[in-house]
Design a protein around this ligand. Structure first.
Ligand code: SF4
Ligand code: SF4
Length: 452
């Protein structure tokens, strides 16, 4: 990419430029992981009510078969990631921390990769309601890390209409290359999924926004656009956190989502590449989500790559397969900026997990745990893409003045990108403060709702 190309592509104000660290996996084609002897499939892999198990110990299941039903509208079903026999339905630890009711499947040795087949869906013949239900039946959730049920995001309040579907191909977190590989390897499914979601939303256009460190993906998709005249591809500057919904909408459409508001308020819905590509593959075949692509990389990994992993695969099995030399203390699920550390290797890969990063001792930069007073340098203010005042928010958090953080400093607009913590010379863990403050405010809101 030339320097002219760099300035040619648009971006947002503030944010940070990070080394992308994608060189070890961006050229690695997606490879299928074998089945682990046991899969641990949590009933809660999504935002909303956990699914309800419909299988019992001793029962045989076929790969792709429904094993847990959606528990209401804000829930999704779960399908068997492999053929085998149900060992138990019990509480198991997950990466989120607390134990969650999970279905454990003992897979058949040498089980086939073929999935159960169902009556194909004729998408053009479906009504809006039938299409939303068909999306829910796939068990699809935001595969970019959010885990929000896709059919709920497509169910826009009736007072709003959607004119544009934005497809988020930024993948702005360092190390991750899942979406990049999907764009290169499955452009037809991506475009099929995009046109199906445009129908579900009644959108007249779709824009696929891709950071300009993936120009090969831009070119690949452009070559497949014939017959999809309402879909365009636009390159945007590589700039963290360009993949945030609000920032991408601003850059692509010059529309501002209101403070504490939602994209549908500016007539837009955003979906990520992996979600749409998987839907493009599963929806016409009436099949459920049973596997996902995970980037496995970092200095502690022997065979970095992009792996198609059956959901429920224990992290330990995945790491044994790729070879590793790190420790559970240096393991991150997701990207390094917004992902979370995991303390155990015995938790499973679930729907929202896009990356597994492992670092060895030698490569870990020893960062001091010492926190120093704020020196009012304003670097955090310059970095915040939401134009918040992280310095002031940090001071209020340390005094537990959560109401003031929300009412006077728009705490809820913080989407925890970590830019402020990254640039702070005083090593103040600002984003951790904000994460805790937001969850306290959410709990208080629920408590108030229950008391009213
Ligand atoms: S974590 Fe929140 S406050 Fe900090 S830079 Fe990101 S959006 Fe701004
Ligand atoms: S970057 Fe850190 S030291 Fe500087 S103003 Fe923000 S909180 Fe204070």
């Amino acid at each position: 990419m030339s320097i002219l190309d760099f300035f040619k592509h648009k971006t947002f104000a503030h944010g940070i430029h990070l080394p992308d660290k994608k060189e070890h996996t961006r050229e690695q084609a997606i490879r299928r992981l074998p089945f682990a002897p046991e899969l641990i499939v949590p009933l809660s892999q999504h935002f909303g009510a956990p699914a309800k198990a419909i299988v019992s110990p001793g029962q045989e299941v076929v790969r792709g078969e429904l094993i847990a039903e959606a528990n209401g509208f804000m829930s999704v079903p779960i399908h068997a990631p492999a053929s085998g026999v149900i060992k138990e339905v019990e509480l198991y630890p997950t990466a989120r921390g607390p134990k969650t009711e999970s279905i454990v499947i003992k897979t058949w040795p040498g089980a086939s990769q073929r999935t159960a087949s169902f009556e194909p869906v004729n998408i053009p013949s479906l009504t809006h309601e039938q299409l939303i239900k068909a999306v829910q039946d796939t068990g699809m959730v935001g595969l970019g890390g959010a885990g929000f049920p896709t059919h709920v995001k497509l169910s826009v309040p009736p007072e709003y209409s959607i004119d544009t579907l934005v497809v988020n191909g930024c993948e702005c977190e360092p190390y991750l290359t899942t979406d990049h590989r999907l764009m290169l390897e499955q452009p037809a499914e991506l475009l099929m999924g995009t046109s199906m979601l445009m129908k579900a939303l009644g959108a007249k256009q779709a824009i696929i926004g891709i950071e300009d460190n993936k120009m090969d993906a831009v070119e690949t998709i452009k070559k497949h656009l014939s017959g999809f005249e309402h879909i365009q591809v636009k390159a945007v500057q590589t700039h963290y956190p360009q993949g945030s919904e609000k920032l991408l909408i601003k850059v692509l459409l010059d529309r501002e989502v209101p403070s504490a508001g939602f994209p549908y308020q500016v007539n837009v819905v955003v979906q990520n590449i992996a979600t749409i590509t998987q839907l493009g593959e599963l929806l016409p075949l009436n099949q459920g989500l049973i596997e996902r692509v995970v980037t496995v990389t970092g200095t502690g990994i022997n065979k970095p790559g992009n792996y198609l992993v059956p959901l429920g695969t224990p992290i330990r099995f995945l790491l044994d397969h790729v070879g590793f030399s790190g420790s559970a203390n240096h393991l991150i699920l997701g990207g390094p900026m917004m992902g979370s550390t995991v303390a155990s290797l015995d938790v499973p890969i679930t729907k929202p997990v896009s990356g597994l990063l492992v670092f060895n001792e030698q490569s870990i930069e020893k960062v001091s745990d010492d926190i120093y007073p704020c020196i009012k340098c304003a670097r955090c203010v310059d970095a915040c893409p939401m134009h918040l005042n992280p310095s002031m928010l940090g001071q209020l958090a340390s005094k537990r003045e959560y109401e003031s953080m929300q009412e006077n400093y728009n705490l809820m607009d913080c989407f925890e990108c970590g830019c402020c913590s990254y640039v702070c010379p005083s090593n103040i863990p600002l984003v951790q403060y904000f994460r805790i403050s937001k969850s306290i405010m959410r709990e208080r809101a629920i408590e108030k709702q229950n008391n009213d």
